[in-house]
Design a protein around this ligand. Structure first.
Ligand SMILES: Nc1ncnc2c1ncn2[C@@H]1O[C@H](COP(=O)(O)OP(=O)(O)OP(=O)(O)O)[C@@H](O)[C@H]1O
Ligand SMILES: [Mg+2]
Length: 308
């Protein structure tokens, strides 16, 4: 090593191993000045590892509609897995007490979103890696405790989820949130966290009415949080043989134009895959369901070349 005398600037070539560990001072052979040997650089000067934070953080997308059984969980899971397969780093957050995202992915996590929000576990303990580039914060019955926690707060309850997730989500490209049917304090919390909403609309009677109701609820949140918007409408359970199904699809396209994604066809493979704990790409990669969800991934990622 080279030691430079702070007094006369003379450089001395020294064998580092020859300096005894307890020696803190040195004397310059040229000018006789005595000086402290340099210790480790102060912490601020040490290069800190930088997480792969992107400008503006991850895209936060909730898959939501108050109506039940429209394909929310199927969509959240297959969108998240599809984005991960496309090379993105993804966090799937299950905010439903049914906890079906875990089931669909074939895992039984011991902890998840509840433990994170309650401050019982650190993020790295609460989330589990379920596939390459895909992590899960599991839902389940314990989320009832989170709802009680939100209800007990005198103010700021609607920010509970955002406060727990913002920051830890910075290393992800996408956060996909699966939501329960209905409308409760947790739904409001989700809309105070995400900025994009993807709404699956089942192509059956009453579905447009359900969408209209939901849009009103979103508007009531937008008054306080204008950055949240319904970005994608995803028609689900398309069956071309059913006339009313085609009629509803056309009506959605008339009303919402470019926000309407290519529909997901009715495909029995999509209903079979969860029992095997597999995404549609793993269970039936050549099925219409896999093909339709790949198209959704292309639309959300804005890249028509993915999977081609
Ligand atoms: N395109 C499809 N074709 C056939 N079956 C499907 C399709 N999409 C979803 N399913 C099946 O329909 C059922 C309801 O889907 P899913 O659980 O995704 O709906 P959900 O909106 O999350 O329901 P909930 O409101 O209860 O959370 C499931 O059994 C699922 O496997
Ligand atoms: Mg669901």
């Amino acid at each position: 090593m080279i030691i430079t005398c702070p007094q006369c600037k003379k450089q001395h070539h020294i064998d580092e191993k020859a300096i005894p560990a307890n020696v803190k001072k040195a004397r310059c052979k040229s000018c006789g000045a005595s000086f402290l040997l340099a210790g480790p650089a102060p912490e601020s000067a040490v290069e800190q590892p930088v997480a792969s934070v992107k400008d503006g953080g991850p895209r936060r997308i909730s898959v939501s509609l108050s109506k039940g059984g429209v394909g929310k969980t199927t969509t959240a899971v297959n969108l998240a897995v599809g984005l991960a397969l496309a090379g993105f780093k993804v966090l799937l957050v299950d905010t439903d007490t049914q906890g079906q995202s875990s089931y669909m992915l074939g895992v039984t996590p011991k902890a998840g979103l509840t433990e994170l929000v309650m401050g019982e576990l650190r993020p790295e303990e609460a989330m589990i890696q379920v596939r390459d580039r895909l992590w899960l914060l599991a839902g389940g019955k314990s989320l009832a405790g989170v709802k009680r926690l939100i209800g007990r707060k005198d103010f700021g309850g609607e920010l509970t989820l955002a406060e727990s997730l913002t920051g830890l989500d910075a290393v992800f490209d996408y956060v996909v949130v699966d939501t329960s049917p209905g409308w409760d304090p947790l739904t409001v919390n989700i809309l105070f966290y995400v900025s994009e909403i993807l709404t699956p609309v089942s192509l059956e009677v009453m579905s447009i009415q359900g969408l209209m109701e939901f849009l009103k609820s979103i508007a009531s949140i937008q008054k306080y949080r204008p950055q949240v918007a319904l970005k994608y409408i995803l028609p689900t359970f398309l069956d071309m043989r059913v006339k009313k199904s085609v009629g509803i699809l056309e009506r959605l396209q008339e009303l919402y134009g470019n926000n309407v994604c290519a529909p997901i066809r009715y495909n029995v493979r999509l209903s079979e895959a969860p029992a095997y704990g597999q995404s549609i790409y793993e269970f039936a990669p050549g099925s219409p369901g896999a093909s339709d969800y790949r198209e959704l991934v292309r639309k959300v990622a804005g890249n028509p070349k993915l999977f081609r």
